[in-house]
Write a protein that binds this ligand. Structure first.
Ligand SMILES: Nc1nc2c(ncn2[C@@H]2O[C@H](COP(=O)(O)OP(=O)(O)OP(=O)(O)O)[C@@H](O)[C@H]2O)c(=O)[nH]1
Ligand SMILES: [Mg+2]
Length: 265
């Protein structure tokens, strides 16, 4: 039996000012949500705060501690593995900096009734951006136009990290094989899900500037993401199609249980 309606995966690197209010607000949305914090040994103590939340909300909050900064994409993949191994019907991902308001979670999950993947979209009627500096808006618009055009994606917001995936999607599209472990993971994943024949639906969200802490995105990450999109357009990898899922095996489950121990390196 599923332990809850969905697992909310939150990758963190130096988000100590945001993690507690964010997790608390997520848990308030529904009794049927669990949270997994994937922390990459944040020097500011985010991992320790996540452990406190695990103790306070035992059974509803878990933490995966990794040994160092391994990238946003690989944090999502690590979260998917836990979600699959522990039997969740859906896995939702969101940023820790409170740019993604938890108030959208119930609507995103309701939309999953008619979708295989739901994206919290800034670039559709009803969506938007609050307090984001002009250079970030331009970069995001450029990245989206570039990705949409090259990969021929019928998706307005390909770079949003606020998403929900069904279990079948994660069992089918082999997220481990996505090119790049950083931010380009987001564009690659939506391309894979669409190419595999799944239904991707967007719901509007208003994205807010991070509440506290510093951005982790840097110039090299931007160039790497553009390169990965270009490489996918020119040399598209083979994508396993819908209906050919490989259910998470028992072996996978035990590997993940060990990896998700709170004291794991
Ligand atoms: N575990 C993990 N999390 C990461 C890593 N890099 C970024 N994150 C998290 O990924 C999320 C998105 O990172 P941000 O720095 O907010 O990136 P962004 O939203 O593109 O940039 P801003 O708009 O400036 O906030 C945040 O929750 C980060 O803490 C990483 O290497 N490992
Ligand atoms: Mg952010």
């Amino acid at each position: 039996m599923s332990p809850a309606q969905a697992l909310v995966v939150i990758p963190t690197y130096n988000e100590s000012a945001n993690i507690r209010p964010l997790v608390t607000e997520i848990l308030e949305q529904s009794d049927d949500l669990h949270v997994l914090v994937v922390d990459d040994a944040s020097p500011d103590g985010t991992g320790e705060l996540a452990d406190e939340l695990c103790a306070q909300f035992a059974g509803r909050v878990k933490c995966l501690h990794r040994s160092g900064k391994l990238g946003l994409g690989s944090a999502h993949v690590a979260g998917f593995r836990v979600g699959l191994a522990e039997g969740y019907p859906a896995v939702l991902t969101m940023d820790a900096d409170r740019s993604h308001s938890p108030r959208y979670i119930p609507g995103m999950l309701a939309t999953m009734a008619d979708a295989d993947m739901v994206i919290g979209s800034r670039y559709m009627a009803g969506g938007g951006l609050v307090n984001w500096p002009l250079h970030r808006r331009l970069l995001s618009l450029w990245a989206n136009n570039f990705t949409r055009a090259l990969l021929r994606l019928p998706v307005a917001d390909c770079t949003s990290g606020y998403r929900c995936y069904s279990r079948e999607v994660l069992e089918t599209v082999e997220p481990d094989d996505v090119r790049g472990s950083g931010y380009s993971f987001l564009e690659q994943m939506v391309w894979k899900v669409h190419t595999a024949g799944f239904r991707v639906v967007e719901v509007p969200i208003v994205f807010e500037q991070r509440y506290a802490g510093a951005s982790k995105i840097d110039k090299s990450e931007i160039f790497r993401a553009a390169w990965h999109v270009l490489a996918t357009a020119i040399f598209p990898p083979t994508v396993r199609k819908r209906g050919r899922a490989t259910p998470a095996s028992r072996e996978d489950s035990s590997a993940v249980s060990e990896a998700s121990l709170r004291d794991a390196p």
